[in-house]
Design a binder for this molecule. Structure first.
Ligand SMILES: [Zn+2]
Length: 296
């Protein structure tokens, strides 16, 4: 297998406009192609403001440049709010995000499910599932193709442990788990350090959800600082903080039935996506792992 084939199976790219790019969003796919990246998570995290024309133009640009798109929905989504109006507004926002993603040809809409607030965890989770089932029904009726992608969350105040995300995906049609490795690492007190750690995680998803949900893996990978409350802030590669990327890279190289998209949310966005790419290439070519540690 050649390196170019490898990166058809494992896709890398930034969350939003690259830091080394100034210009219109429509030109981002061309820029990414120039730096050998091939995924982009379009950020609509404050509000959804992409028109149908622009979404369709972006789809064309992405296809032309071999870039796979996903969309991050607004942060102002909370399906477990104590305020009914907030839940209703959240449904509208996620549906709108699915529509825009559909115009764009994006594979998945990533979103943060909600906060516990004063609710019991179980109650919060059930409310979220209830809303998402309704959204899945409406999205199907409207013919929207993107998957519903609840993300694993990094703060203990947020609904979104790995177990909770698995439970949501079990219940909600047309959904996949979005694995934010930084969030899993931070929330659980630094658990992603070795190959075994990642294998446990993947095996859990496979046994709970079936291998199909793992084969099209959509993920975020960023270095992270955390406290006992979970995620504190994103960091960059090369500073020696977790989670470790090398063991994940090894697994992805070996388990070649997994198609993975890895989005960098680091402060240096595409630069860390390029570092992940370099690590994958070097491992693929058989470079000694010890020599790669400096990247972490
Ligand atoms: Zn997110």
């Amino acid at each position: 297998m050649r390196v170019s084939d490898l990166f058809k199976r494992i896709r890398l790219g930034p969350a939003g406009k690259p830091i080394g790019f100034t210009g219109d969003l429509l030109k981002v796919p061309e820029f990414l192609r120039g730096i050998h990246l091939n995924a982009l998570e379009v950020q609509q995290v404050r509000r959804i403001n992409i028109t149908k024309d622009r979404a369709e133009a972006l789809r064309e640009e992405a296809e032309k440049n071999g870039v796979k798109l996903s969309l991050h929905a607004p942060y102002a989504i909370n399906f477990s709010s104590e305020n009914e109006a907030v839940i209703e507004a959240s449904k509208e926002r996620l549906l709108k995000a699915l529509e825009v993603a559909h115009w764009m040809g994006a594979k998945v809409v990533v979103f943060h499910p909600g906060y516990y607030g004063k609710r019991e965890p179980r109650e919060a989770l059930e409310l979220i599932i209830e809303s998402l089932k309704e959204i899945a029904r409406l999205a199907k009726k409207k013919g929207f193709s993107p998957l519903i992608g609840p993300e694993t969350m990094g703060k203990k105040s947020q609904v979104g442990s790995l177990d909770e995300i698995i439970e949501i995906v079990k219940e909600v049609p047309h959904s996949i788990p979005v694995l934010d490795f930084a969030h899993i690492h931070a929330r659980e007190g630094g658990i992603l350090n070795t190959r075994k750690d990642y294998e446990n995680l993947f095996e859990k998803i496979e046994s709970e959800l079936g291998s199909k949900k793992l084969k099209e893996l959509h993920s975020h990978f960023t270095k992270v600082e955390y406290t006992e409350k979970g995620e504190r802030r994103h960091r960059v590669f090369g500073e020696g903080v977790g989670p470790k990327f090398i063991p994940l890279a090894e697994i992805l190289l070996e388990w070649n039935d997994i198609k993975a998209t890895i989005i960098s949310e680091s402060p240096v966005l595409e630069q860390d996506a390029i570092k992940m790419r370099d690590i994958l290439i070097k491992l693929f070519r058989g470079v000694n792992k010890k020599e790669l540690e400096k990247y972490e």
